[in-house]
Design a binder for this molecule. Structure first.
Ligand SMILES: *[C@@H]1O[C@H](CO)[C@@H](O)[C@H](O)[C@H]1NC(C)=O
Ligand SMILES: *[C@@H]1O[C@H](CO)[C@@H](O)[C@H](O)[C@H]1NC(C)=O
Length: 232
């Protein structure tokens, strides 16, 4: 008998956890600038493992993702995704570029205070005891209780695990932030904003990263996922 009784109890406990007030430590904002190294596994969607250097720079209104593939083929340099606070985002490699627009721009360091951010309690992830959040961007965001460092997050199907986190880490090299000319002259698929009404969604971006990563044949099967995850 007891397992039957246990189920409603667990459901009640889960409902209670999701309504919990976040502890003050869980509300701590991100550093205004940081460098994180994350690993992402897109193999289930026809992509590859990726190692991504993220440079978040709120004072300068920008964020860079430098994406390296596992075992790239010759001539496959890293992808770059430069996101600006005004919502414009450039995803490019050595020959192609796509431009997106996200109405929201950059996530502010205190995004947990925004109306859509929900504190979901605690969970153990990658061996760390974590505070769990979600918002319009993160289906789940996990932050180490002991140190406040991010441990992992996912946007729908794209799950990222943080290998290192360096508060104050800044990338000064302006050439790394500059989108190439072919993002602006329309010669190479520039301005190919996807999504409804020309707005990019996070899934468009993830799918593009996979597409750029050399798995165009898999692209068709993503459309279902993209529809399912449209709200993320
Ligand atoms: C990547 O994801 C696939 C499919 O979910 C899984 O089988 C594989 O073990 C994962 N690889 C790593 C390194 O996490
Ligand atoms: C947003 O800022 C970037 C970088 O300065 C610029 O390239 C882009 O054109 C701007 N987008 C809009 C819509 O003004």
């Amino acid at each position: 008998m007891w397992p039957l009784l246990l189920v409603p109890f667990l459901l009640a406990a889960a409902a209670h956890a999701s309504a919990a007030e976040p502890p003050a430590a869980a509300m701590a904002p991100w550093p205004e600038q940081y460098h994180a190294l994350v690993v992402s596994n897109l193999t289930a969607r026809g992509g590859r493992l990726q190692v991504i250097d993220i440079y978040y720079d709120w004072p300068r209104g920008r964020d860079l993702n430098l994406v390296r593939l596992q075992l790239p083929d010759a001539g496959e340099p890293p992808l770059r995704n430069v996101e600006w606070a005004n919502g414009t985002s450039y995803l490019f490699d050595a020959t192609s570029c796509q431009t997106y627009h996200f109405d929201v721009g950059l996530l502010p360091p205190d995004w947990k205070k925004a109306g859509d951010a929900a504190y979901l309690g605690r969970a153990r992830v990658d061996g760390f005891d974590c505070y769990v959040w979600s918002n319009f961007l993160f289906a789940r965001y996990y932050e180490d209780v002991a140190t406040g460092r991010p441990v992992a997050w996912n946007f729908g199907m794209d799950e990222r695990h943080v290998l290192s986190f360096e508060p104050g880490g800044v990338l000064e090299d302006s050439s790394m932030w500059q989108a190439p000319a072919y993002c602006f002259d329309g010669s190479n698929g520039g301005d190919a904003a996807g999504g409804v009404g020309g707005q990019g969604s996070r899934d468009d971006l993830v799918n593009s990263m996979i597409g750029f990563a050399g798995a165009p044949a898999a692209a068709a099967s993503f459309e279902q996922d993209a529809a399912a995850c449209d709200e993320l």
